[in-house]
Write a protein that binds this ligand. Sequence first.
Ligand SMILES: NC(=O)c1ccc[n+]([C@@H]2O[C@H](COP(=O)([O-])OP(=O)(O)OC[C@H]3O[C@@H](n4cnc5c(N)ncnc54)[C@H](O)[C@@H]3O)[C@@H](O)[C@H]2O)c1
Ligand SMILES: O=P(O)(O)OC[C@@H](O)[C@@H](O)[C@H](O)[C@H](O)CO
Length: 483
Amino acid sequence: MTTEQANAGQTPSAASSGALPQLNRTLHTAPKPPVRIVHLGLGAFHRSHQAWYTSQAGDAADWGIAAFTGRRPDAAVALAGQDGLFTVVERADSGDSFAVVGSIVEAVDGADVTRLAELVAAPSTAMVTLTVTEAAYRLGADGQLDTKAPDVEADLALLASGSGNPTTPLGRLVFALAARRTAGAGPIAVVCCDNLANNGTVARNAVAGLAAAWDADLAAWVEANVSFVSTSVDRITPRTTEADIAAVEAACGYRDNSPVVAEPFTSWVLSGEFPAGRPRWEDAGAVFVDHIEPFENRKLWLLNGAHSLLAYSGQLRGHTTVADALADAECRKAVEGFWDEAEVNLSGAAAGASSGGADLQIPAYRDALLARFSNARIAHHLAQIAMDGSTKLRMRAVPVLLAERAQGRSGVAAARMIAAWIDFSAAAETFHDPLAAEVAEANKLEGTQRVRALLALVDPALAADDAVVELVAGQLGTFAAGS
Ligand SMILES: NC(=O)c1ccc[n+]([C@@H]2O[C@H](COP(=O)([O-])OP(=O)(O)OC[C@H]3O[C@@H](n4cnc5c(N)ncnc54)[C@H](O)[C@@H]3O)[C@@H](O)[C@H]2O)c1
Ligand SMILES: O=P(O)(O)OC[C@@H](O)[C@@H](O)[C@H](O)[C@H](O)CO
């Protein structure tokens, strides 16, 4: 929609009076579909992606979303204050366009587990979608649910005692699924939209692990009634700033406290069953496939891998945004080197068996990424991407390093990404990671011992390999500013 369309329904006098009206369903007429989707993780990405796709589906009038925040109520309070409406600012090199999205019909504080259970237990609810960040799945370095993580342990104790509300998103989901079982509301889909390899399986392992630790009958019900859909999701969506809010005010003439800025590019590849139905997301370009792994790997290795490499190398070299870092020849060379390594393993014989014949069009994908990353109008902050590196590197650097070594090559470009993370972990003023305490402890060591200890937090098997430890150690310090 253009600015003019976004303005439709608003009185010209309000727009020009200085006291701008608040975006809501009185100001902007938008149908309010019934809740059939429950979402956990009401962040920027859910709004620019799944909520946007749902609003664009041909049957959008039948599909409303109730979205729950993760850790704080703020995002729900802001969105509820405007009847769930928000503006998607599509930010291209050539300029902005504005569209009001109306698919979120209820915005709820994630702590309201009673409402969550009520909605998930309703027969009309067909799915639960998730964007709660990679770290929130509480996977250990072995890829399984870390039942010793303090918050997971606490949720397991709460569920077992039957008193108190769980606090982790997966604990809350299991609690709500138990309510659906009790209500006899039938099968449901869980659709993971976080940047994780095999994200459907990850969600299944986490939910099944928690359910099994609580109640064997519930675990059996989950096994028989919950379909875990895997997805590859893509739309660069930086955190919203005050300047973005001001840009919407200036262009649209209303106050929106929750706009979201995103690039024009968007993609959603899904694989799995929807036993209680789904919106016609394909109307908006979503693609349904039998074999999702090659699409996931292409995105996680080429896009997210390059992002992590730029996040650490770029900040070490004094840059703030993706576009700035990519414009630095050293960072760009490292990205191209990593892409060369990843590409061989995506399209070569090793990938053939699982590709299901998919044509990944990697040269075109790489060219498109360079253009997307260079969009300087999207201020995508490296500090945001750098967070939770111990979890992200397992999906972005480790698989490429392992695949290269399995082919008898060194995997030096992937090792460089890990080395940049190690350098960053010692240099950063703020280091946000689920293993921040362990990283700080490991950083007290020196030399190879230090590298081995840090590598062990990402992947213990790699840390046990002397040649890999040497390889990573040899890449330390290569992104020093001015080098
Ligand atoms: N932003 C993007 O460009 C983008 C693109 C593709 C995929 N994703 C995926 O979506 C996720 C969310 O991205 P976003 O931009 O919406 O982030 P965000 O910070 O705007 O929102 C994240 C949401 O998850 C919740 N959350 C975060 N950590 C949690 C935890 N430990 N426990 C419970 N809830 C938690 C937050 O409270 C919030 O509701 C990413 O981590 C990624 O996996 C993002
Ligand atoms: O969102 P995260 O924290 O998983 O990763 C940061 C970025 O790499 C990511 O958000 C990308 O911008 C996104 O995956 C593009 O679709």
